[in-house]
Write a protein that binds this ligand. Structure first.
Ligand code: HEM
Length: 123
């Protein structure tokens, strides 16, 4: 029986599962591991705060996603296919683990942010 995303502990489970897949993903994995050389110990807590703020309005995210993705795009061109794949993987990870109102919200928000980010970053 799946439950809804209830708190930051659940967000942590979701984000960890997502980036575990991302690391070895054939379409977008290299952008994280070879181009950005992400420091996961730093990146994952930032992402917990990002989603915690979106779902539970905690106000504890103060990063600059647009700038980070613009910088990534300068190092290695991002394409619509990357964003679409990111969103597909996110939705699948949510559906594998959770169901409910917050689970739906986190998919819709990711989809909207992904589209806005894609427009701003790749035009
Ligand atoms: C093509 C798809 C995407 C790729 C390849 C990608 C890759 C990355 C990389 C490499 C970083 C920087 C990590 C670091 O060096 O600290 C990053 C940061 C981040 N990404 Fe993405 N990303 C993608 C889409 C998205 C989407 C759709 C969202 C939101 C729904 C998102 C949210 C974030 C946030 C919040 C950060 C942290 C920004 C900060 O530290 O200020 N990303 N992403």
């Amino acid at each position: 029986m799946k439950t809804d995303i209830k708190n930051k502990g659940d967000i942590k489970i979701l984000v960890d599962a997502f980036y575990f897949k991302v690391k070895t993903d054939p379409v977008i994995g290299y952008l994280f591991t070879e181009i950005a050389c992400v420091n996961w110990e730093k990146h994952l807590p930032i992402m917990y705060d990002f989603w915690d703020n979106i779902l539970f309005h905690t106000g504890n995210f103060d990063g600059n996603p647009m700038m980070k993705h613009r910088m990534l795009n300068q190092k290695s061109k991002l394409a619509e296919a990357h964003f679409k794949h990111w969103t597909k993987l996110w939705k699948k990870t949510v559906d594998d683990l959770f169901e409910g109102e917050k689970a739906n919200e986190v998919k819709i928000r990711a989809n909207n942010i992904s589209k806005a980010m894609m427009n701003k970053v790749i035009g």
